[in-house]
Design a protein around this ligand. Structure first.
Ligand code: DQA
Length: 140
């Protein structure tokens, strides 16, 4: 399978950013770790990170007929980006939403995900394992 992993705003600062919430590993550490998991064997995985909503929308559009599945951590866009939600609906590629932290046990505004309904699954609160669970769901 060809799988695209998309990370949204501020996730480029993992390792530095609120380590008590997000851990001490960088995004590159998580990427390397996931790529080395036995589940990743034989699959073609690409990673994309952007702090810009429009760039994420463009990246989603570019997946049409190119990618079999998407893992997305939209960061704060999770909670209000109808543009990302609409792009996911438009491209119709199986997508799994992930979060490092447990968005349901934090501030009220984080409890709302506007993309949840257009994804085939949602994993949260498991740190980097949220990505692995999402990956497993896609290849299953
Ligand atoms: C996050 C949770 C979001 O609420 C937050 O804005 C992030 C990271 C997570 O992975 O836990 O940037 O998506």
């Amino acid at each position: 399978m060809k799988i695209l992993v998309i990370n949204g705003p501020n996730l480029n600062l993992l390792g530095v950013r609120e380590p008590d919430v997000y851990g001490s590993e960088t995004l590159a550490d998580i990427e390397n770790w996931l790529n080395e998991q036995p589940e990743a064997d034989g699959h073609y995985i690409t990673w994309f990170q952007s702090n810009h909503e429009g760039e994420i929308v463009d990246q989603l559009h570019s997946t049409i007929k190119e990618v079999d599945g998407i893992v997305i951590n939209p960061g704060a866009f999770t909670h209000y980006s109808y543009a990302i939600r609409d792009a996911l609906t438009a491209i119709d590629v199986p997508t799994v939403e992930v979060h490092l932290s447990n968005i349901y046990q934090r501030e009220e505004f984080r409890k709302i995900s506007v993309i949840k309904d257009v994804c085939i699954g949602q994993y949260f609160g498991k740190g980097k394992n949220s990505y692995l669970e999402a990956f497993r769901l896609l290849i299953r």
